[in-house]
Design a protein around this ligand. Sequence first.
Ligand code: ZN
Length: 187
Amino acid sequence: MNQERAEAAVRELLLALDQDVEIEGLKDTPRRVAEMLMEQCSPKDAEIDVTFSEDKFNGMVIVKNVPFTSMCMHHLVFFTGRANVGYIPKKKVLGLSKLARLVYSCSVGLTTQECITSNVADRLYDSDGIGCLGCIVVLEAEHGCMSLRGAKAQGASTVTSEVRGVFRDVPAARQEFLSLITKDGLK
Ligand SMILES: [Zn+2]
């Protein structure tokens, strides 16, 4: 990433919008915006191969209401919401905070909610370290590009879900997950 170039581009954008870039409030805006965008675009790796053996447990692990923020690649506007992630382990479980870290690492960059949802599901399901029987990921978010501009649909939320393994094949597993998260998960 090139901070100098990003700052010059933001300054150019402000000029194109007929803004006086020398006034106090706008003088440092190109630097601030460039830093904000570079922070959003910096990859954050989540190590999800650290597992613990769990021979007796045969159930479902769910982490609910994990907050996340990302930036819509179509409008460069932030969107923010909550993720609910469930999986059925096969003798190995993941440290619980790793699921939150996984959501965080998948929400960096310029993305879409659909893309984050699939990436979380794929990384969880494809991880050799966990070898889970299946996973389910449900995200609910409010998008600035929908609530602040265009349709001005404030309060409207977007829900996306992805299923892998047993959650795709066994409706009862999906049902159990949904009944456990809807209690105070999704509105
Ligand atoms: Zn958008």
